[in-house]
Design a protein around this ligand. Structure first.
Ligand code: F6R
Length: 256
């Protein structure tokens, strides 16, 4: 794992966007694993800026989103499918037919079908992740097995509270169930990019990076991935004990 700390949210998200752009520029037909959530809004804005500046194209790319609420129709503006269309897919040249969001009903639904689609696409080249305040990645809530695959899950109360803002602040309106890629699915991506911003994430980021590996914090499974980069802003990095070393590592990796 490597940690890069940027002065503020915008710079951290711009760094993440440039890493995604350079993945696409190196391999235009990349398979991207994508996330939703407030952190990603700034990442996608920065990515759209790069696209509009002619610095990156998505026409040959394929994408797989991490998760989706159950019991919300894809065309509901609060669904992750609608959110992705609005934030990213409708604002670049990606072929919508090659964008995938898991869903729990209808043709091609369910975890096994989603896993087969990922496999058929050749696997995920770069998986983008955010982290929940309870340490989840995707919707892999506490106690999710590190061997878990794409499946339906029950959302933790902390997650429903965290996401209530998108449901007019009404926690009870947040769906109770979701479908998510599993932790083992995520770990199969060739590269992982975790983006963490804001003071509210400082405690969980320190536990995810520096605490013991535990199924209570899904993000600790990222220690089992050989190529995982964490991009954080100063606020989110505020509780990291080994900060000096991470800065030295980041400086060292830029040396010739
Ligand atoms: C969403 C997802 C979640 C979020 C996490 C952080 O697709 O996979 O794991 O990345 O809940 O959400 P924000 O960025 O809203 O704090």
């Amino acid at each position: 794992m490597q940690i890069v700390i940027r002065p503020d949210r915008n710079t951290a998200c711009a760094t993440a966007a440039s890493l995604i752009a350079s993945q696409l520029n190196t391999k235009p037909a990349s398979v991207l694993g994508l996330a939703t959530g407030r952190t990603m809004e700034s990442v996608y804005d920065a990515l759209v800026d790069l696209h509009e500046a002619g610095a990156v194209g998505f026409s040959a790319a394929t994408s797989f989103n991490l998760d989706e609420y159950l019991a919300i129709a894809p065309d509901d503006p609060r669904s992750y499918r609608s959110t992705m269309d609005r934030l990213l897919f409708d604002r670049n040249d990606i072929d919508l037919a090659r964008t995938h969001v898991p869903h729990g009903s209808g043709p091609g639904s369910g975890g096994a079908a989603y896993e087969a689609l990922i496999r058929d696409a050749g696997g995920i080249d770069l998986q983008l992740l955010g982290i929940g305040e309870n340490g989840h990645i995707g919707f892999n809530e506490p106690l999710s097995s590190f061997a878990s695959r794409t499946r339906e899950v029950t959302l933790a109360p902390a997650t429903r509270r965290q996401n209530a803002a998108l449901f007019d602040g009404d926690e009870d309106a947040v769906p109770k169930r979701a479908i998510t890629m599993g932790i083992a699915t995520v770990l199969e991506a060739r590269r992982i990019l975790l983006v963490v911003t804001g003071r509210a994430k400082a405690g969980i980021l320190a536990r995810a990076v520096e605490g013991p590996v535990t199924a209570m914090i899904g993000a600790t499974a990222l220690h089992f991935h050989p190529d995982c980069l964490v991009v954080a802003d100063e606020d989110a990095a505020g509780n990291l004990a080994e900060r000096e070393y991470y800065d030295a590592m980041a400086a060292g990796s830029q040396e010739p």
